[in-house]
Ligand binder design. Sequence first.
Ligand SMILES: Nc1ncnc2c1ncn2[C@@H]1O[C@H](COP(=O)(O)OP(=O)(O)O)[C@@H](O)[C@H]1O
Ligand SMILES: [Mg+2]
Length: 394
Amino acid sequence: MLDPQRQGVSIEAVTKVFGSTEVLKGVSLDIGAGEFLTLLGPSGCGKSTLLRVIAGLERQDGGSISIGGRIVDGLRAKLRDVAMVFQSYALYPHMTAGQNIALPLRMRRLSLAQRLPLLGRFVPGRKAALEEIDREVQQTARALEIEHLLHRKPGQLSGGQRQRVAAGRAMVRHPAVFLMDEPLSNLDAKLRVQMRAEIKELHRRLDATFIYVTHDQAEAMTMSDRVAVMFDGEVLQVAPPQEIYADPANRQVAEFVGSPKINMLEGLVGDKGRIAAAGTTFRLAAAPTLAPETAVAIGIRPEAFYLAKHAGRGIVTGSVRLVEHMGSDLFIHLDGPGAREPIVARLPAERAPEIQLGQTVHLGVDPARMVAFDAEGRRIRHERATVAELRRSA
Ligand SMILES: Nc1ncnc2c1ncn2[C@@H]1O[C@H](COP(=O)(O)OP(=O)(O)O)[C@@H](O)[C@H]1O
Ligand SMILES: [Mg+2]
């Protein structure tokens, strides 16, 4: 078993400007030793820049990074005890898997003279150093179960095997922190799903800190201990995947995570804290504190709907414009009054016979599963006690 020292990473108010654009706007984030943290956000939001700043490949303009409690701001990439795992094509095609893995060790342990192709063998100390490198490559290969592949060139390996060799090349240096920038983005959809499990397993085995960058919310949700959602150079929320999904801090996070997307019903606060939206009125736990005529968006996940018998308060009524059979579930798209986009509900597949195109259906929602946002997209919080009250009175 390999034993990287588990070390946490602390990012404090990091800023980065390219030209006149502030690409990182004061990012602060604490990543625990041994944690799997994912930076999730749309393309261009600054994920790679942040990762490169942590790696020391890019210098920040403000703020500070520490690794294992040690400030690394002035330190070159090589001295930071981090390893970047690049996409699989970053392997040298003319070298074997074993040579690829050995490369960082050769660069580090052999002098320039010892690395000379012909004369190097006459330089003292070379043989012993090479034997030690070979032992370490074998040990790494054993941990990754790729010993039998060491003599093959990357072209003779599957995508998953290449990924493991790339991981091996990062691992031989025993870094405390692994940085991965969209490592699966070049793989086909099926392999991507398999590799998620492999990377998770690698994390478990190495017991090291992983910082993983992706724009793919499914990857982030399935692999991470915690997800940091980034938009436009800022971290909007840091939480375990379930919390990001069920308890989003703001509208951007709610809309970025989850597929199909969360339904957003634009509404207005009316009297007695009722909210008019999608042709009905909702009682929202948070609403009593809101001034009448306030604009509110109510977020409802597709699976939070259930089929109701009648129209009524808090029941969305509309006609079915599309039915998608997913095997285990059924997605129905509803043209609802007052809704800008179709409302999407996920129902159990058994309900399929009851749903016809063009038919009018009624959808109810548990008030505890509604999330409300103000006009700026900030979450409107409520007391749990109020939800219980609403459920009783519903
Ligand atoms: N070296 C650079 N010079 C100028 N602009 C850059 C450079 N690197 C990144 N950017 C810009 O910074 C923003 C964030 O980029 P990046 O960190 O690569 O985002 P992400 O990885 O989230 O897609 C983008 O608008 C990008 O065009
Ligand atoms: Mg990127």
